[in-house]
Every structure is written in C-alpha cells, then in structure tokens.
Design a protein around this ligand. Structure first.
Ligand code: X90
Length: 281
C-alpha cells in the first residue's frame, strides 16, 4: 500500500482512525488563566466547567505551519484537512506547511482539502479519504474523488448558545442574541463558501429535531451516511438518530462527541451533523 497519511486539525473531532496513518493537529482554547490544547489528554468536560465558571475573555488559536509540518512526518502523500478558511487561519497555515514540505521533498505530495466546513462533515471526509486510500488508488485519483465527494457532503448545526461565536467575531451579536433566549435553538449550516448561515430558529427540542430533518431532506438527504457530533447532549443526538433511522432504516448513523474546539464554539447542548446527500445534488 502507498505511504499516505491523513492529517486533520482537531476541529474534525477525531483523535485517531484505524488502519491508516493519521494525525490530529490541535487548535487551542485560551483564557487569561489557562490554555487548553485540543488533544487526547484534554478533559473537554472539565474545560467546559472551567469556562462556565470563568467570566473573562476567551478565544481560540489555530495551529501554525510548524505544527502542521511536524504532523506530516515523513509521509509520501498527505491529505490535509483544516477547518474552513473563512473562519480560521488553520487552512492558510496548512498551505504554508504544504509548500515548505514539497519544496524540501519534491517527490512528496500534499493536498490541502478546501473543506469549507468543520466538525462532523470534515470527519465524513476523513472517513472517505480513509476508504479511498484503502482501495490503493493513486494520489491524484484520490484528490479528484474527494473533490467530487465534497459536493455531496453537508454540515448542519443546532446551537443553544452562540456566545463564544459572537465574542470571537464569528457571528454578529444580533444573531447570537437569538440563541440566548431560553428554549430557542438556532439551526444553521455551513454555506458553500464555508461560512455560518442561519436557517431556522426552533422552539423546543422536538421542533429543533424536526427542523434539522427537514433541512436535511431539502438538501437531498436520502439515507446516506450521517455523523452526529454532540457537545454533552447524548439524548439530543440519540433522538435525532432515532428519527432519521425510523425514516431510513438502512442509513449508517454514527454518534460522537465534539472535542475542545467545536465544544467551545458549539457550547453545551450543541449538535453538529455531517451528512451525505444523493448523487445528483
Ligand atoms: O482559528 C481559530 O481560532 C479557530 C476559529 C474557529 C471558529 C468557528 C468554529 C465553529 C465550530 C460552530 C458551528 C458550526 C459552524 C460551521 C460553519 C462552517 C462550531
């Protein structure tokens, strides 16, 4: 098999995958008291407790090119997945690392996926890349296959609070206010450009779940792969999974938890759903 490696930043919520060399490059959450490195030794729940009790400024920082470079190791071919370039410098840092890597080793390849998304959708892209690598395809063919596949993957999210997104300039304070009302969940999606686009305000969990399913169906969901990542909301994630499974008994639905970066921005209760639409859409 080819010596390929998948390297994603920690916004994809994956610490490891099976069979294929993989590295997760951590983003960090920063307060005036502490730095939280989004790696496997971080207790995310403890971080959320700290943040709930803390009233100062908090923010995040993306990896630098050196961090990406170190994660590439000595792979012949690297598939690199940073969070959408429209919300973070991670993508740019990855591009710089890719340039340095291929200048230093002209016979190696790096493809930086323009994910235009994050979290559960990017995790689906990682799963697809893993499958393509296991098929033993040449590097360029994997690149064109993942580009085509990306047209069929989507991200939808439901948030109970958008405080951290607003505090860090990722959504307007007016939008964030919608999510501040008790019982209201703001539903949105990753736009084609990889920005955050609000689609619904839903009152109550039942309405929220129905609105998520509705959005997915409108977007061409027909029973393909789904990943539901939740920030300390296993019941919400399970309820959504049950609704989808009742409608699409053969759908492969995987539940997981958000790691630090997505937990910081999606906040407690948040759901992030990555899914595949049918071929034509
Ligand atoms: O560089 C950095 O410091 C990272 C900044 C990341 C900012 C936004 C992360 C959002 C994660 C919130 C809901 C999903 C929005 C998806 C839009 C593409 C989770």
């Amino acid at each position: 098999m080819n010596h390929y490696k998948i390297v994603a930043d920690s916004s994809v919520d994956l610490l490891s995958i099976s069979d294929i060399p993989f590295a997760s490059v951590p983003l960090t959450i920063v307060t005036s008291e502490k730095r939280y490195t989004d790696n496997d030794s971080l207790d995310v729940s403890e971080m959320l407790n700290d943040l709930a009790a803390y009233h100062g400024k908090s923010g995040s920082a993306c990896p630098n090119p050196e961090d990406w470079l170190a994660a590439f190791g000595d792979a012949e071919g690297v598939f690199c997945l940073p969070i959408t370039k429209n919300l973070s410098g991670s993508h740019n840092a990855a591009l710089l690392a890719a340039k340095q890597y291929t200048e230093a080793y002209p016979d190696r390849h790096v493809y930086v996926v323009d994910t235009c998304s994050t979290g559960a959708e990017d995790a689906i892209l990682v799963e697809k890349l893993r499958a393509l690598i296991l098929e033993d395809l040449p590097f360029d063919e994997i690149v064109s296959k993942i580009q085509a596949y990306q047209k069929r993957t989507h991200l939808i999210f439901a948030l109970e609070s958008m405080q951290n997104l607003a505090n860090n300039g990722r959504v307007s304070p007016i939008v964030a206010k919608l999510a501040g009302v008790l019982g209201i969940r703001v539903i949105g999606k990753a736009s084609a450009e990889g920005t955050l686009e609000i689609t619904n305000k839903s009152r109550g969990e039942k309405r929220m779940l129905a609105d998520i399913v509705d959005n997915m169906l409108k977007n061409g969901y027909e029973g393909g792969r789904v990943r539901i990542h939740h920030c300390e909301n296993p019941d919400g994630a399970q309820a959504l999974s049950d609704l989808l499974q009742a409608r699409f008994p053969n759908a492969s639905i995987h539940l997981d938890v958000t790691r630090a970066l997505c937990s910081f921005y999606a906040e407690r209760g948040g759901l992030m759903i990555g899914y595949e639409s049918c071929e034509a859409k």
